[in-house]
Design a protein around this ligand. Structure first.
Ligand SMILES: Cc1cc2nc3c(=O)[nH]c(=O)nc-3n(C[C@H](O)[C@H](O)[C@H](O)COP(=O)(O)OP(=O)(O)OC[C@H]3O[C@@H](n4cnc5c(N)ncnc54)[C@H](O)[C@@H]3O)c2cc1C
Ligand SMILES: *[C@@H]1O[C@H](CO)[C@@H](O)[C@H](O)[C@H]1NC(C)=O
Ligand SMILES: *[C@@H]1O[C@H](CO)[C@@H](O)[C@H](O)[C@H]1NC(C)=O
Length: 494
């Protein structure tokens, strides 16, 4: 059992590592060190500066609507209060009280509204469930959700501000307006890089140590001794050749987690989301205004099921003039040899900054996104996409997080990952429940987050497709720069 004096090593300084170390140190754990191969003290989690974890990003959706999953809905509501208090503390700080990379006019959360859309006129089932769960369990928050095309709701929204009704109709071009959905005006976006900079600052204030950068912060492998059933994780070996000993190793390495813990390859899988950018020129202030978070919500559009499934969306413009669009209707794998376990092949992230770099995305998602964006915003066609990114998810077999002791290591090795595309919003609160699992204090997440592996014969969220599956990146066409351009007119749907 760990104690407040245990030496705790955390591999990974993304959302899972940051939130865990914050909650541990604030509750009295004195010896917590986070290792990350990225120099977050120099690149400030800004993806343009060479970091490529999922948390190092310009923005992420903050939503509380979670279908029937009341546990996550409640966690998001709790997170929201802390997000707002962080936002307030930053505004109330003098520049010298803030870490490098943050200034008092930075906000971590914009309540620009989170807009959920789907094809057709009938409210998509998931959205109906989200509204109903909110109505039954958090009615105050349900009052801030408004169904598109529902006259009463639109009147209610108009009373709050006509601006919100404009936001409700800003994406009317999608599917020629034959869409359904709702907007949640209590939700919006987090500025992801700034949020991580602030969380890391709070960690340091609480006494967490960070070892950042390659080679000193990069883990080559776990130190496991002796072999066999008595084995324990004794520490880590970093790329500079040094051994670091600890009482407990927590692996929060996001989509690289199975690269560090080979046993986790049937528990989590790295899959790539397709992210595209349009940089709006300065002289187009009309568009800067149109896509400003005051005038434009974050939105997500769903269509179809199964092989035909589309899910993708767009974010308001950043301070630098960048529009971000994502697609996750199909996520892609990249199977490679495992770095330490011979004979094992696992999906491994490949980004602009990995050894074998990549600067494009699969055509599959790109062509589908282009069609929706072109329908919605024909005025963007003249720019085309100006940049791209593969952003790596850590999918679990059921989209619940994975936060538990790894079996077979006598409680010396702990896995803390499985964000499955929805972990960011919980940055301020996640660690509270990670700490519960570490201390074996059961809570509502214990059954959801326990160690588990893919089961033969089940779909396992794609985890059992393996290298032969249809979404393996090495087998599908990748986009050329020419493909980033938009056609003259939106194409008909495939
Ligand atoms: C495309 C995309 C869109 C998303 N959108 C949203 C959203 O809108 N809202 C939301 O709530 N969530 C969203 N998510 C999910 C969210 O981003 C993740 O759940 C969360 O950021 C995962 O954090 P993490 O700490 O597990 O992983 P990461 O952020 O990837 O952190 C892992 C860290 O481990 C480090 N590391 C890896 N290997 C080593 C090693 N060998 N040695 C040292 N360090 C190592 C990496 O450098 C990295 O910093 C999205 C995810 C993706 C991919
Ligand atoms: C952390 O643990 C190490 C190894 O046991 C020890 O040398 C160090 O003094 C400890 N640091 C603190 C702050 O307790
Ligand atoms: C953030 O806090 C400041 C100061 O209280 C406030 O003016 C601003 O509206 C807040 N932002 C959000 C999104 O609530």
């Amino acid at each position: 059992m760990i104690s407040k004096d245990s030496k705790i090593i955390i591999v990974g300084g993304g959302v899972f590592g940051l939130s865990t170390s914050l909650w541990l140190s604030r509750s009295g754990y004195k010896n917590v060190t986070v290792y990350d191969r990225c120099s977050f003290d120099k690149n400030y989690y800004n993806p343009s500066n060479g970091c490529d974890g999922a948390s190092a990003d310009i923005n992420k959706v903050f939503r509380m609507a979670y279908g029937e999953e009341q546990e996550y809905q409640e966690l998001a509501i709790k997170a929201r209060d802390i997000w707002l208090s962080w936002n307030q503390s930053i505004e109330g700080s003098s520049p010298s009280d803030l870490p490098a990379g943050l200034s008092p006019d930075d906000k971590l959360l914009y309540l620009c509204g989170s807009y959920f859309l789907a094809e057709g006129s009938k409210l998509r089932e998931f959205y109906g469930q989200s509204l109903q769960t909110m109505q039954e369990t958090a009615p105050e928050y349900r009052k801030m959700q408004f169904v598109r095309g529902n006259q009463k709701d639109e009147e209610r929204l108009h009373k709050i501000s006509p601006k919100w009704v404009e936001k409700l109709h800003i994406v009317d071009g999608i599917n020629r307006g034959n869409i359904n959905g709702f907007i949640d005006i209590n939700a919006g976006i987090t500025i992801a890089d700034k949020a991580c900079v602030y969380a890391r600052f709070l960690c340091e204030k609480a006494g967490v140590k960070f070892v950042l950068g390659d080679p000193q912060g990069k883990i080559d492998r776990l130190i496991v001794e002796p072999s066999g059933s008595n084995k324990k994780a004794k520490g880590i070996k970093t790329a500079d050749g040094l051994n670091h000993w600890g009482d407990l190793v927590i692996v929060a390495a996001g989509s690289w987690t199975a690269s560090v813990i080979p046993e986790a390859h049937r528990t989590v899988e790295a899959t790539a989301g397709t992210v595209m950018f349009i940089d709006i020129p300065r002289h187009r202030q009309d568009l800067w205004k149109k896509f400003h978070p005051d005038n434009y919500p974050v939105w997500s559009y769903r269509r179809g099921e199964g092989d035909d499934y589309y899910q993708g969306g767009g974010f308001p413009i950043t301070k630098e003039g960048r529009l971000k669009f994502g697609y996750r209707g199909r996520k892609f794998t990249n199977f490679q040899d495992h770095p330490t376990k011979s004979g094992l092949r696992i999906s491994t992230p490949r980004t602009k900054y990995t050894e074998n770099p990549i600067d494009t995305v699969p055509m599959y998602g790109l062509s589908r996104m282009k069609r929706v964006i072109h329908e919605a915003f024909p005025e963007l066609a003249e720019f085309g996409f100006t940049d791209s990114r593969l952003c790596w998810y850590t999918d679990s077999i059921d989209n619940h997080f994975v936060v538990d002791y790894v079996p077979g290591y006598s409680d010396s090795l702990f896995i803390c990952t499985g964000g499955s595309g929805h972990g960011f919003k919980f940055l301020p609160i996640l660690g509270q429940h990670v700490k519960n699992q570490l201390e074996r204090v059961p809570d509502q997440f214990t059954p959801l987050w326990k160690w588990r592996a893919s089961v033969e014969g089940k779909s396992n969220n794609g985890l059992s497709e393996g290298e032969e599956g249809p979404r393996e990146m090495n087998k599908i066409p990748m986009a050329e720069r020419e493909d980033f351009k938009f056609e003259k007119r939106p194409l008909e749907r495939l």
